[in-house]
Write a protein that binds this ligand. Structure first.
Ligand code: MG
Length: 149
């Protein structure tokens, strides 16, 4: 067994999509970023590379590389899955920290989207949501943990 954790933060700005796990959450603001800014997928990618002790998202997909400008983060996650080799993901747990919009009604859609991209079953994927007590209004944070066998 190998375990990995990942963390990411993106600023929220008007005129961008709010992408979480490859699913677009309806929102007046979305993640700024070189890619589509999908903070949850970025945390999951870091958790997987962390479990493999094989660098991080920045070393595999540098944001100075024009190939990754505006890229759908699901493509990066698919590439990350291809690095697993003989390892399998047992389960994936995550938390998204966001003041607004509320994610409660979107959690299962986010899980389903991640299941489709990773080939895992929805029962292997947990997505939890927390607010920030209004202490952080203009950013979204994600944490992820994966267990590999
Ligand atoms: Mg990121």
């Amino acid at each position: 067994m190998r375990i990995g954790n990942g963390w990411d933060l993106h600023r929220l700005v008007p005129g961008r999509k709010l992408m979480l796990g490859g699913y677009q959450v309806p929102s007046p603001v979305g993640e700024a970023g070189h890619s589509d800014g999908d903070v949850l997928i970025h945390a999951i990618i870091d958790a997987i590379y962390g479990a493999l002790a094989d660098g991080d998202i920045g070393s595999h997909y540098p944001d100075t590389d024009p190939r990754y400008k505006g890229i759908d983060s699901q493509k990066l996650l698919e590439d990350t899955m291809a690095h697993l080799g003989t390892h399998h993901i047992e389960n994936l747990d995550s938390t998204v920290i966001l003041q607004s919009p509320k994610l409660r009604d979107h959690i299962d859609s986010i899980r389903a989207s991640l299941a489709q991209t990773t080939g895992l079953s929805i029962e292997q994927i947990s997505v939890k949501a927390k607010t920030t007590e209004h202490l952080l209004e203009d950013a979204v944070i994600a944490q992820a943990t994966v267990l590999l066998s």
